[in-house]
Design a protein around this ligand. Structure first.
Ligand code: F6P
Length: 503
């Protein structure tokens, strides 16, 4: 074919194809409209994804749409597939603590379990001491003497029981089991590895050792107080003798034993060996931020003062409104209360209502604005009341009522998204030391529900329903392994201004 005729043919073909494509697009759009299946959420999403500045924006919109269609079970399966892979063989994880008595093993085990549950992983810690206490009661140091044959047999029996329970938990849907015990001898650790080798030829589960070299024979008053609260503690002398017995067979985890994290005294230095993979990396990043030695911590949460959106009748979701006169009165009362609390450090969200609340506090040692603390993003429901959402988008309203924890507002967030975004806040809270002052967090209802859930180790399902009213301070005081909660109400009164009400 001569080249001029060839070009004419190509042009005609292109025009023809273009016309066909336009016709198809026209018919497709028409048919979508006709089917009437496109509700207003989707209209909104379609429009916004087209408006997207770049491909990323459109991509995230699509991700939001899809997620409303993926059931909880499906996403659970894909999480197992994706997140565990990268840690050599994939599959489940057994975290095994290694360390002397009094080296913060239980605290680490419980905190890691809490952290992983908070991240939606089915996790459980198995305390070998708990098994021993339940079975044989409190024992003196002699029980732990390596030469005590009867003691050794009983210790091994409960140790076995804990391992078998941990494996049963993993077989029944658990994702991570944490074995909280001393495991200080090479022989014990080899037995654990041999036991795992029997499960699906070693493919069933991976091991991550966490060895702690913290704690020593010297007992400061803080440490002694913590030990005295332990059901395993008889006396200082007995505790020292027990440690001496454990020292006899102590062998640090060797590289040949597999991936490990070693923690040195004061949590000041760490050694990592083969801890690659999503999950081990996540655990390591959390553990290195723990400060078990830090002086007793407490943190106070409160919502911003009443905002214009809160005061509307009915109240509206989202927005970035400022404080009402009542809200300002609260902020003033809050500032007066904080004046009586010594050194304070305030973290507030970047939203106007939080910033205006924090602005009233003039005596804080430090004020930090933190976007991670911003309110739950309600996406296309922004500026609507619950009633309006129900009337306009009954399907969406129903979906949220069915699963408030996982439900993601189109172009917005779910509680699980919010929890994931709060991870840096959790890390910094763990690193906090009361010597730096009293930590005070000003945020929003959903955010504080999530943080409360973290502090009190609550089931994720409970979080979206926690009671976090306006104008109420929630103080959380650290206990040995958890937190104690206390609430203080700041009553805002027309004539009197703000007064405190402590239960
Ligand atoms: O109404 C105040 C508010 O903080 C909203 O901005 C937010 O969407 C809502 O509470 C979160 O509460 P819930 O998850 O119960 O709707």
């Amino acid at each position: 074919m001569p080249s001029s005729s060839k070009n004419a043919f190509v042009n005609t073909l292109s025009v023809g194809l273009l016309s066909l494509a336009s016709l198809y697009a026209f018919v497709y759009i028409k048919s979508r409209k006709k089917r009437g299946g496109v509700n207003r959420w989707e209209d909104e999403i379609d429009k916004k994804s087209l408006d997207g500045v770049d491909g990323e924006e459109s991509k995230s919109s699509n991700a939001n749409v899809e997620s409303t269609w993926i059931g909880a079970t499906d996403s659970h399966i894909s999480k197992m597939d994706l997140l565990h892979r990268g840690h050599n063989k994939g599959g489940k994880l057994l975290v095994v603590l290694v360390g002397m008595p009094g080296s913060f093993k239980t605290l680490i085990a419980r905190k890691v379990a809490r952290f992983l549950r908070w991240n939606s992983f089915e996790t459980r810690a198995f305390s070998i001491a708990r098994y021993r206490l339940d079975r044989f009661g409190r024992k003196s140091a002699d029980f732990f003497d390596p030469k005590n044959k009867g003691g050794n047999k009983q210790r091994k029996a409960v140790w076995n029981e804990a391992i078998e329970d941990a494996l049963r938990f993993l077989r029944r849907g658990g994702e991570i089991a944490i074995l909280d015990g001393t495991n200080t001898t090479k022989e014990r650790r080899t037995m654990i590895r041999q036991r795992l080798q029997k499960e699906d030829d070693g493919r069933f589960c991976e091991i991550l050792w966490i060895e702690t070299l913290c704690g020593d024979d010297a007992l400061g008053s803080d440490k002694l107080a913590a030990l005295e609260g332990s059901p395993d503690f008889l006396s200082v002398d007995d505790y020292k003798r027990r440690r001496a017995f454990y020292k006899q067979g102590y062998a640090s985890v060797a590289e040949s034993e597999g991936p490990f994290l070693r923690i040195y005294p004061q949590f000041e230095k760490f050694t990592l060996h083969k801890t690659q993979g999503y999950l081990p990396t996540k655990i390591v990043s959390f553990v290195v931020n723990l400060r078990p030695n830090a002086s007793q911590k407490s943190v106070v949460f409160c919502r911003h003062g009443e905002s214009a959106f809160n005061a509307m009748s009915p109240a509206q979701l989202g927005g970035d409104s400022g404080l009402t006169a009542r809200g300002q009165k609260f902020a003033k009362g809050l500032a007066e209360f904080l004046d009586t609390q010594g050194d304070t450090c305030v973290w507030a969200s970047t939203m106007r209502r939080s910033r205006e609340t924090a602005a009233a506090i003039t005596t804080a040692k430090r004020k930090v604005q933190w976007r991670a603390l911003n309110d739950l993003d309600v996406g296309v429901a922004d500026g609507l009341s619950y009633e309006q959402v129900r009337a306009r988008f009954p399907e969406e309203y129903r979906a949220r009522s069915t699963d408030k924890l996982r439900y993601r507002y189109p172009r917005g967030e779910s509680y699980l998204d919010l929890i994931a975004r709060l991870e840096p806040v959790i890390f910094e809270m763990e690193r906090w030391n009361s010597d730096e002052g009293q930590l005070f967090i000003i945020a929003h209802q959903a955010v504080l529900r999530a943080l409360l859930g973290w502090c009190l180790d609550l089931q994720l399902e409970e979080i979206p329903f926690l009671d976090v009213p306006l104008h109420t301070l929630i103080r959380l005081e650290a206990t040995t392994y958890g937190c104690r909660e206390k609430r203080i109400k700041i009553i805002v009164d027309k004539e009197l201004g703000a007064t405190l009400e402590e239960p």
